[in-house]
Design a protein around this ligand. Structure first.
Ligand SMILES: [Zn+2]
Ligand SMILES: [Zn+2]
Length: 94
């Protein structure tokens, strides 16, 4: 059983984690990049924007304090996660 979140749009959905910038893209519909770990709900997918990806790369793929502070990871429902991916032109596997 995976954890779930009650989304006002999608109802009870699996949880995912995204950086604040991906979450902002959902609100203002401006793509900021979408780098994701997985689209499998059982993996508790997470995603972050290109800016966070650049910082992550510079830090050798290490989620250090500085990046975590910048990313401000937020909880998102899986339906919203998919919407954010599509907003960035990512094809979501089914
Ligand atoms: Zn970000
Ligand atoms: Zn949702």
């Amino acid at each position: 059983m995976t954890d779930s979140v009650d989304c006002p749009v999608h109802g009870s959905s699996a949880i995912t984690f995204v950086c604040a910038h991906v979450a902002a893209s959902l609100k203002d519909k401006k793509p900021r990049g979408f780098w994701y770990s997985s689209f499998k709900v059982e993996d508790e997918p997470c995603a972050w924007c290109t800016e966070c990806e650049d910082m992550l790369r510079a830090a050798g793929d290490e989620w250090n304090d500085e990046i975590q502070k910048h990313a401000q990871i937020k909880l998102l429902c899986f339906g919203c996660f998919v919407r954010a991916a599509q907003l960035n032109g990512i094809e979501v596997p089914r």
